[in-house]
Design a protein around this ligand. Structure first.
Ligand code: ATP
Ligand code: MG
Length: 420
């Protein structure tokens, strides 16, 4: 029979790589704990309307990338393409905002129907932070610092922070009109994707990856010129916060984010070590979203980082931690011996040590080879005669112990293991 394959863009995470994932997750948890940010877990499946309303109909994510289907009750459901809309929905539904500002983080799989390539999958993973009720410009600096310090602590090399201000909704409405007029005048010189976006999402044209379009845009109206004085002042305070914190940044007036809900601060952190998909972390301020999803007017700032791209960076730097090495490898052969081996492995584990039991029933020689490969310091060997006596032969796989090959009752064996 033909073996089945996973769906395109859906990737298996194998044990040899997961050590690195767990290190990233553990470091992130510790950083969030220190920043008094609590975890929230929301469903992977949400009503389609949440994303349509939250992210915006004209975005790539909602327009082309969502996994949407009807469930058996004929409700339109969508596998979450990002985390912010769900976190905000949960905060509103569970009345968390009535208890004051919420400092939340989440992690887990997201789904987008994209063209898979290195660092771009259809199921991918994000870790994100949302500071709900955080109004002041210093909060933007704080959110960015949490992402920056996490990435730096993980050892990501070549970090670059790009920063922009998208101003207020009024600023963007004004700018949008100017930009659309300019884009219309240059329509013929734009790539086909950008031509389409003139009507669907003109600001996103600024973010086009097309080199000719990028060159052309050097002459486009500048969003910064459309910002009102209050937006400028706010942006100045965010930049000053970053300067106070010693976090270097580069202003990028064409940085817009793929989701509609951003205003004022928008930022991306990338690494010079990554190829085409260089952005590891993106975020910004989204003061209008909570209200847009039916909650009380609540300012907010947040970000999300892409686990696959981060892990790619760290693994290229040789960051894979070693696999788990058992303290004891248990070898046995014959029915009574195998039953004793199971008991012994359990006792070792209950003592807080790592035991791997070879359940293959293969010849002793084969089991010994696997014991060596496991990297374990000790092997316990139980054959018919040991089983009858209730003992095991303790072998030092590194050949360091002087009295190698002792027959020991389990009690005594545990005592030796406990000495390390
Ligand atoms: P891009 O421009 O690369 O498509 P984006 O703006 O769509 O990114 P966000 O929605 O801001 O991405 O998500 C934040 C981060 O999640 C990205 O910076 C990236 O690291 C990661 N990410 C987004 N989409 C994918 C994907 N399809 N596969 C892997 N990682 C992704
Ligand atoms: Mg994208």
């Amino acid at each position: 029979m033909e073996p089945l394959q996973s769906l395109r863009g859906m990737v298996d995470l194998l044990p040899e790589r997961l050590g690195l994932w767990q290190r990233v997750e553990a470091t992130a948890r510790e950083h969030f704990r220190r920043a008094a940010i609590a975890e929230i877990r929301t469903p992977l499946l949400e009503a389609t309307e949440l994303f349509a309303r939250g992210i915006g109909e004209g975005t790539d994510v909602v327009g082309k990338e969502m996994y949407t289907f009807f469930d058996r009750g004929e409700r339109s459901c969508t596998l979450r393409p990002e985390g912010t809309a769900s976190v905000v929905r949960a905060a509103i539904q569970q009345r968390l905002l009535a208890q004051g500002p919420q400092r939340l983080w989440y992690g887990g799989p997201m789904f987008r129907y994209e063209r898979p390539q290195a660092g771009r999958q259809r199921q991918f993973h994000q870790i994100g932070v949302e500071l709900l009720g955080a109004a002041d410009p210093l909060s933007d600096g704080e959110a960015i610092a949490i992402a920056w310090d996490l990435l730096a602590d993980l050892g990501v090399a070549g970090l670059e922070l790009e920063l922009n201000s998208l101003g207020t909704l009024d600023d963007r409405v004004r700018y949008r009109a100017e930009l659309v007029a300019w884009l219309e005048a240059h329509r013929q010189q734009l790539d086909p994707d950008s031509q389409q976006r003139i009507t669907s999402n003109p600001l996103r044209v600024l973010d086009s990856k097309h080199p000719d379009t990028q060159a052309l845009l050097a002459g486009a109206p500048d969003l910064q010129d459309a910002l009102c004085p209050e937006s400028h002042e706010r942006f100045r305070l965010v930049r000053r916060a970053l300067e106070d914190l010693g976090i270097p940044f580069r202003l990028n007036p064409r940085l817009v984010r793929g989701l509609d809900y951003y205003g004022h601060t928008a930022f991306e952190i990338s690494s010079s070590q990554l190829g085409a998909q260089a952005t590891v972390c993106g975020g910004g301020r989204y003061d209008g979203l909570v209200e847009q999803l039916g909650g009380p007017a609540t300012p907010a700032v947040g970000w999300a980082l892409g686990m696959e791209r981060l892990v790619l960076l760290l693994s290229e730097a040789g960051g894979d931690p070693a696999a788990v090495v058992p303290d004891l490898y248990v070898i046995s052969r014959g029915e009574a011996a195998e039953r004793q081996a199971l008991t012994l492995a359990r006792r070792v584990r209950r003592a807080g040590l790592i035991a791997e039991r070879d359940g293959s029933g293969a010849a002793f020689g084969k089991q010994f080879k696997r014991a060596d490969r496991s990297g374990a310091r000790w092997a316990a060997v139980i054959g018919e005669s040991e089983a009858a006596e209730g003992v095991a032969v303790l072998k030092d796989l590194r050949g360091e112990a002087s009295d190698d090959g002792r027959r020991l009752p389990f009690e005594g064996l545990l005592a030796v293991l406990a000495q390390g």
